[in-house]
Design a protein around this ligand. Structure first.
Ligand code: HEM
Length: 408
């Protein structure tokens, strides 16, 4: 079985004080610190704003808020065309994830059609369907008093909604989830590329079906796109569908699970949200800020001394968004969940031109979940003795969330 690339020697020109071993898939600090975000807090305290990790073939890690915003804006220096860690050669003929792998100025024309499909008002039309499903899932577990909340609720809610949005089949929930998980969280390069190939096969078949018989779903709507005045090709459609598939199948489920895990440890906050449900949308932003789930990768395009760091063309870079959002220089008492915080200018959904297309949908789903949990579930806690296991990678994830409450 192929594994992650061996530890790489530090290139010349990098200050040894900037060298730290950090493997963003499964770093040893995650378990030691008691969680991925806790490990990231440790790194923010001990490591420089920008450091060089010798793991995964060697890569820069940018963790400070200001530095990440700057890097995300410098698309001339940090390209999105190669986002693989460990790095690998991207062939010119290789199908891109659209619009993610495009840089300005080309990015805008590929992004515009998605902006239209994912507007706040388009997403808001789905709120009743989201609420109905949330209510069903929560009502089904209330009498049980003890469940894996991830398996029963936070994994199902956003993934089933996404399956409906794309016009996929709910019966394939399990294989879709397995593919998404392998593709974003496996540290094994072969497992990741096999999952990607399986997803390509599956989505190509869906595209062919919709070409033959369009329906009322996102894939069918994407068929009508024009890019540069030309009808969208099947290869371009696949580029969109691949990205939506991986972006939609894992992110919200994990963001919800981290939020629920935190709430299970803070009964006073639970009570407050039950008493003051109007605070839930703001509380959701704060829970998201404290528990960002999506670091992203870039590649350096040219040699440059950027903010005093000697970057070389071809270097890989991790923009560690979850770290930026707990940067004490930007958020007072950043490690605490404080729903009375006035400004929550987090960048959990990214910064710059690639800011998340699905953020309006994600926010609606998270607010509805919290509203229905607070309305229907008695005070809940982590099951006694439970060890919560987490995985890093391009979506930080929790494998199971055993919760208990006093069933009526
Ligand atoms: C809590 C949930 C989510 C989080 C934290 C999140 C986070 C992010 C981040 C950080 C980026 C920037 C990527 C970069 O700069 O390279 C991004 C981009 C993107 N996200 Fe999300 N995402 C979430 C949910 C979703 C959902 C539900 C969808 C679609 C159904 C989605 C679709 C996309 C797309 C298409 C892009 C690429 C935008 C572009 O390249 O212009 N995301 N997301």
């Amino acid at each position: 079985m192929a594994t992650i690339a061996p530890t790489a020697p530090t290139p010349q020109g990098i200050d040894p004080a900037l060298v730290i071993d950090f493997n963003y898939y499964n770093d040893k600090r995650y378990e030691r610190a008691g969680g991925i975000h806790e490990a990231i807090i440790g790194l923010l305290e001990k490591a420089p704003d920008v450091f060089w990790s010798t793991e995964l073939g060697g890569y820069w890690v940018i963790q400070g808020y200001e530095s990440i915003v700057d890097a995300a804006a410098r698309t001339d220096l940090f390209t999105s065309s190669n986002m693989a860690l460990p790095p690998r050669e991207v062939r010119a003929s290789e199908e891109k994830f659209l619009p993610l792998n495009m840089d300005p100025p080309n990015h805008a024309q590929f992004r515009a059609p998605l902006n239209q499909a994912f507007t706040p008002s388009q997403m808001h039309k789905r709120i009743d369907q989201i609420r109905e499903l949330a209510v069903d899932l929560i009502e089904a577990i209330v009498p049980r008093g003890e469940v894996d909340f991830f398996a029963e609720v936070t994994e199902k809610l956003p993934v089933l909604i996404f399956i409906d949005l794309m016009g996929l089949d709910r019966a394939d929930f399990k294989p879709y989830r397995a593919l998404a998980k392998a593709a974003v969280a496996s540290s094994d390069t072969e497992v990741r590329s096999e999952a990607l190939m399986d997803a390509v096969r599956l989505l190509s078949a869906q595209i062919a079906n919709r070409r033959a018989a369009p329906c009322d779903d996102l894939i069918s709507r994407l068929l009508e796109l024009e890019i540069d005045g030309q009808p969208v090709t099947d290869a371009q459609l696949l580029g969109y569908c691949k990205l939506l598939f991986f972006a939609g199948l894992d992110t919200v489920a994990n963001a919800m699970t981290f939020a629920m895990r935190y709430l299970a440890t803070d009964q006073a906050l639970q009570q407050r949200l039950r008493d003051e449900p109007e605070k839930i949308p703001h509380a959701m932003e704060e829970l998201l800020r404290r528990h960002g789930v999506a670091p992203v990768v870039r590649q350096v395009t040219k040699d440059e001394a950027w903010r005093g760091f000697n970057l070389r063309a071809g270097d890989m870079v991790l923009l560690n968004y979850p770290g930026a959002n707990i940067d004490e220089r930007v958020f007072d008492h950043a490690q605490e969940v404080d729903i009375d915080r006035e400004r929550i200018n987090h960048i959990v959904f990214g910064s710059g031109v690639h800011r998340c297309v699905g953020r309006h949908l994600a926010r609606i789903e998270m607010v509805v979940l919290l509203e229905e949990v607070m309305r229907r579930l008695p005070t809940f806690r982590i099951a006694p003795g439970a060890r919560i296991s987490m995985t890093g990678g391009s979506v930080l994830s929790i494998d199971a969330l055993p919760l208990v409450w006093d069933a009526a």
